[in-house]
Every structure is written in C-alpha cells, then in structure tokens.
Design a protein around this ligand. Structure first.
Ligand code: ZN
Length: 296
C-alpha cells in the first residue's frame, strides 16, 4: 500500500458526526470520477474508500450502488449508480441546478461539515506523495469552477493551494509542507499532521544542531537539549497514537513545541495562539514527559 492509500484507509475509519454525513457524501460524489445525469461513479485502488462511497450513498439516498473489481496493473475498485432514476434522485437532492462544477453550500452547517466535505474530496480524488520523498498533494478535477471553489474552501481553513491545468482538466495542488500539515489536520489526519510537523522540523533542527556542535564542541545549548527531550516524548506518543487522546491543553503544548523546536519557553509562550505563562507551559511539557516515562 502506498503512503497515500494508507492515509485514506485511516480517514475512512473516522467516526462521522451526524451533521457532517451529507457534506462528506457530497465531497465523495462531486470529486468522484463522474457526477452527472449520464454517470455517477468513483474509482479507487483503495477498497475502503469505495466501500465508504457506496455505504454513504446507499444510506443517504436509498439507491443501489454497483461495485466491480478490475485487475489491470493494480487492482481497482469501481462503484457506480447504474440506474438512471437513481442518479436523478441523487442529483435532485443537491441544490446543484445540474450545472456541473458549482458547489452547493447547503450541507455546510458548521466548520466541521466543510472539513468533512474536503475529506470526501481528498478520498475521492486526492493524491499525496510520501513526505519523506517530496511535499505534494493534488486534487485533479475536471472543470475550472470546481477547482476554484475547492481552492477557496481550502483557503478559508488556512490551506493555501494553487491551480494548474493538466491535460483537459485542472489540478488544485499544495506544495508547501506547512500547508500540507494544515490540510491533514483539517481532514482529520491529526496524527499524520503532527508526524509531518516533526519530520519537517527535525530536518531543520538536525542541520542547526550540527552547526552548534561544530562551533562549540559538545556544549549543546540548554534550550535545544530540553526541547529534544520533550520532542522525544511527543514523538513516542505520536507513534503509539496516544497523543491525540491526551487533554487538549497538552496536545496544544506538543504542537507548539514541534512547531518551534528551538524556541525557549518564553518564545514558545509568545508564539502560542492562546495566552499562557512560562510556568504554565513548562508544567504542561513536563506532564507530557511524565506520561511518556510512565508508559515507556
Ligand atoms: Zn458537521
């Protein structure tokens, strides 16, 4: 399984809030292979994605979804709505005016629903390269209006994306690591998002730490030493998928530390989105290390 497919499988496991179900389904439909009166279908190498697509459509619209498995170079799973009446039933339910490429906002009750919609879009058409090799996420779409609307929705959630053409279609793409971090957090892959913050930053810190070693022998800056200890604990918790189950204030402290690996506590407090004192933050980071030491 590819890196991208692994993430998709994880995303299909997320429990969906009732308010988000329709937005998620809509994202899957709209960014699937086809969404119109002639054809509604999606194709994926990931079986879990195809099953989710099919299950959500059956549940929301009470129609039959036909799944076929193709064996060419890779196994592909195709789901389609074979019956025309069923297709019209689905199309009629979205305020879509049959004009392809317009996103109806009627399912976006809250910010969480918009995030679920983007998750659906990513599951249906998203491609992500392994960050160990390169930073790149693509959403290939057929028409420009849809590409622009997706880009605008992403922008509202702090994910800056660009659009380029590809063949007859368009690609909404993201190339900056910090934007991919934001996207992963948005679509619910928080552990992956934290992992990526860490890999990005460790690369930088390693470079800088080497420089410190070079200038000043073994006299490592105390701040970096403390930070390394904290990050080691955070990394351990992420790998065991335990970080996300900690109290919100500890997750926030962990994020802050990963984002600013070299900062002193005072600098971290300055960069914190919420107001926090040095001793408060110190206490939280110590708590993370304690938890790590307990379970290690
Ligand atoms: Zn919602």
């Amino acid at each position: 399984m590819s890196f991208c497919s692994d993430i998709k499988t994880e995303l299909t496991d997320i429990k969906v809030s009732r308010c988000c179900v329709q937005a998620l389904t809509y994202g899957l439909l709209l960014f699937g292979r086809a969404f119109g009166a002639q054809k509604i279908s999606m194709q994926s190498e990931n079986e879990a994605v195809t099953k989710l697509y099919s299950a959500l459509i059956k549940k929301n619209y009470d129609v039959d979804v036909k799944i076929t498995v193709g064996e060419s170079k890779n196994t592909t799973y195709k789901a389609e709505i074979a019956d025309e009446i069923d297709r019209l039933k689905i199309l009629a339910s979205v305020d879509f005016g049959m004009v392809e490429g317009k996103i109806s906002h009627e399912f976006f009750n809250r910010a969480c629903c918009e995030a679920a919609f983007v998750r659906g879009a990513f599951l249906a058409c998203g491609q992500m390269s392994d960050p160990a090799k390169s930073y790149r996420v693509d959403f290939p779409v057929k028409n420009e209006a849809l590409a622009q609307e997706l880009r605008d929705i992403l922008a509202r959630h702090s994910v800056a994306a660009n659009i380029s053409t590809r063949g007859k279609g368009f690609v909404v793409y993201i190339k900056r690591s910090e934007m991919i971090i934001n996207l992963l957090a948005l679509i619910g892959a928080s552990a992956r998002s934290l992992e990526l913050i860490e890999t990005t930053i460790i690369k930088e810190v390693n470079n800088k730490t080497n420089r410190v070693f070079n200038c000043d022998g073994a006299n490592i800056n105390k701040t970096i030493e403390a930070s390394m200890k904290q990050r080691k604990a955070i990394e351990y918790l992420i790998k065991r998928e335990m970080l996300s189950s900690l109290p919100e204030e500890l997750i926030a402290a962990a994020r802050l530390r990963l984002k600013y690996p070299e900062a002193s506590l005072k600098e971290l407090c300055k960069n914190s989105p919420e107001t926090i004192t040095v001793s408060g933050l110190n206490h939280r980071l110590k708590k993370i290390i304690e938890i790590y030491e307990e379970i290690k």
